[in-house]
Design a protein around this ligand. Structure first.
Ligand code: 13P
Ligand code: SF4
Length: 301
């Protein structure tokens, strides 16, 4: 048996003993995606966390995703294999800053991207993911919206909505690192390739793209497309998912990695199940308020 086979066998055994399920985001390392029971985008994983009958969820993603699972499942144990798996974007707005603005502007709806802290969700009117941001904003009875914390997903949403949307000045470094020049030189090397990008990319990059969408929307687009080559404007590990699902197609990465996603390894998943750590806990009052904003999002779609 190779080391990988031994590790895989130990994880499978522990999973059974604990009645656990492994959920992985599409930005996880390939070997982590391979061992997961379910791989998806933020919205899919939130839904999966609600629907599973498992007692324990090993969440292979970043802190805010595991927190979301904990908020939606107060009676289940949520384990994050590395407690330092953070999202730089989620730290760019605090609940105190947003609450102050909310109190100063009655009639302003706070729409928080799920890439935010549980405390921020708790002071928001509704949450959204990159899959449903446009639908969420358009569903509101309010005309004025403050979109937090991502200015890029916010401006993408504003381009597809008639609402008056103010943007918080946050961004994801993984996507801001993708520059128009890099996309241009990939296009020169692979002229037949279609450009697909995540809405967290800057507008100059989005406007060069043939398609902009969340990771699950990009997956669907690629599956349906007659094209055989794609330049992929998002985190590089996503290509592992695309290639597994579409072995006959070629994908060109932009060379950008999310530190928080890549920190999770098979060894850490095994330790998480052995030691039942790191348990994700959201204080009850915060959790109850954040659940309202998350449930509103889940109920409109
Ligand atoms: P998706 O919901 O599209 O998977 O995006 C999550 C994320 O963190 C993007 O950086
Ligand atoms: Fe956060 Fe960006 Fe990583 Fe997504 S890619 S988890 S937004 S830091």
């Amino acid at each position: 048996m190779t080391n990988l086979q031994k590790l895989t066998a130990s994880i499978q055994k522990l999973k059974k003993e604990r009645n656990a399920i492994i959920l992985a985001h599409v930005y996880q390392r390939g070997e982590v995606q391979d061992i997961a029971d379910y791989v998806g985008d933020s919205l899919d994983l939130s839904r999966m966390a609600v629907n599973t009958k498992a007692d324990v969820i090993v969440f292979c993603g970043v802190q805010f995703m595991a927190e979301t699972a904990a908020i939606l499942n107060s009676y289940k144990t949520i384990l994050l294999p590395d407690k330092n798996a953070g999202c730089g974007l989620a730290d760019m707005a605090t609940s105190e800053q947003i609450l102050k603005l909310k109190n100063q502007n009655h009639g302003l709806a706070i729409v928080s991207y799920v890439n935010s802290s549980a405390e921020l969700k708790a002071v928001s009117d509704i949450c959204c993911t990159s899959s449903n941001a446009v639908d969420v904003v358009n569903s509101l009875s309010y005309n004025s919206v403050l979109f937090v914390p991502d200015r890029n997903l916010g401006s993408y949403t504003a381009e597809h909505s008639d609402k008056n949307i103010s943007l918080w000045d946050g961004f994801c470094y993984v996507h801001e690192n993708i520059k128009p020049g890099a996309i241009q030189s990939l296009k020169e090397k692979h002229p037949k390739a279609e450009i697909i990008v995540h809405p967290e990319c800057i507008s100059a990059v989005r406007h060069m793209a043939d398609f902009t969408g969340s990771t699950s929307q990009m997956s669907k687009y690629v599956k349906k497309s007659q094209q055989k080559e794609f330049i992929v404007g998002t985190e590089d590990n996503f290509i592992y998912r695309l290639k597994s699902d579409n072995p006959d197609k070629e994908f060109y990465p932009v060379n950008t990695l999310c530190e928080g996603m890549n920190i999770i390894t098979l060894e850490k998943i095994k330790l998480a199940l052995e030691r039942m750590e790191y348990k994700v806990h959201v204080p009850e009052e915060t959790s109850e308020k954040a659940a309202i904003a998350l449930d509103r999002m889940l109920s409109i779609l």
